[in-house]
Design a binder for this molecule. Structure first.
Ligand code: PEP
Length: 256
């Protein structure tokens, strides 16, 4: 399985800054056959960046997309409009769940819309600090996973990527904590178990699972060697070009 290194730029960088970053990133990267490097810029930058990108080196992801393909939905952008511009889409990020009140039902419709439009969904799931403290992690993971995948046909499971992002470990969360490899390993096992029970063991094994939460160039190696982890979703550190390219180099080295 490939290793995925995905940079989530969130609401950062103008179109011009995004273009300069991408130019420098493309210049610094050789073709990585086994490492899929992906960046998720702001929606407004996707169109110009799609003309600039060399897809052999870097792919584009949307940070969101709407679940209907067209119609009276002021302000929304659909996956049918994103089709062809991006290869991936981050769906169900905790910032959208908790700040913009997206629930599992909406997340499920977005996952289905992405697949329908040939965009690979990166479905984000993860417990909050208090859910962990109350021993609810397994339930939250199960609910978000089964809920988020509820509109995915069994045959389409291989089109999905899961990102485990404990909300308490995301750098923008107040007093973010660093997740340990053991904590991540335990939840990755839960995710594979739920997928296995729902879709069968073999299909479950083939679903890439990424980890995200305060990943940087110093801890990326440790996270990438957690059994069952197939890549990283990186927020803050992906905004610093050297840090992001160091993480890509680390991925190449530790997973060679
Ligand atoms: C994220 O928001 O997806 C994320 C993982 O952020 P950070 O790396 O900044 O914790």
């Amino acid at each position: 399985m490939k290793t995925y290194i995905v940079g989530n730029w969130k609401l950062n960088f103008t179109v011009g800054e995004s273009s300069i970053y991408l130019h420098k990133l493309l210049k610094s990267l050789p073709n990585y056959r086994d490492t899929e490097v992906v960046v998720a810029p702001s929606l407004i930058a996707l169109q110009p960046l799609s003309l600039q990108i060399d897809r052999h080196k870097v792919k584009l992801a949307a940070q969101n997309g709407f679940y209907r393909d067209y119609g009276a939905f002021t302000g929304e952008v659909s996956f049918s409009q994103l089709r062809g511009l991006v290869d991936y889409a981050i769906i169900g990020h905790s910032e959208r769940r908790y700040i913009l009140r997206e629930d599992d039902k909406m997340v499920a419709k977005k996952v289905a819309a992405a697949i329908r439009n040939k965009v690979t969904p990166i479905l984000c799931i993860g417990e909050t600090e208090s859910e962990r403290a109350f021993g609810e992690t397994a339930d939250v993971i199960r609910d978000q996973l089964i809920g988020g995948l509820s509109e995915v046909a069994d045959d389409d499971l291989h089109k999905v990527i899961i990102a485990y992002e404990p909300v308490w470990a995301i750098s923008s969360t107040k007093a973010a904590k660093i997740a340990t490899p053991d904590e991540i390993s335990e939840v990755v096992k839960m995710i594979r178990k739920v997928l296995g029970e729902t879709y069968g063991e073999k299909p479950a094994e083939n679903v890439p699972i990424l980890f995200g939460g305060s990943v940087n160039a110093s801890n990326a190696g440790a996270y990438l060697t957690v059994p069952g982890v197939n890549g990283l979703l990186i927020g803050g550190s992906s905004l610093i070009l050297n840090e992001f390219t160091d993480i890509i180099e680390t991925a190449k080295r530790v997973r060679a």
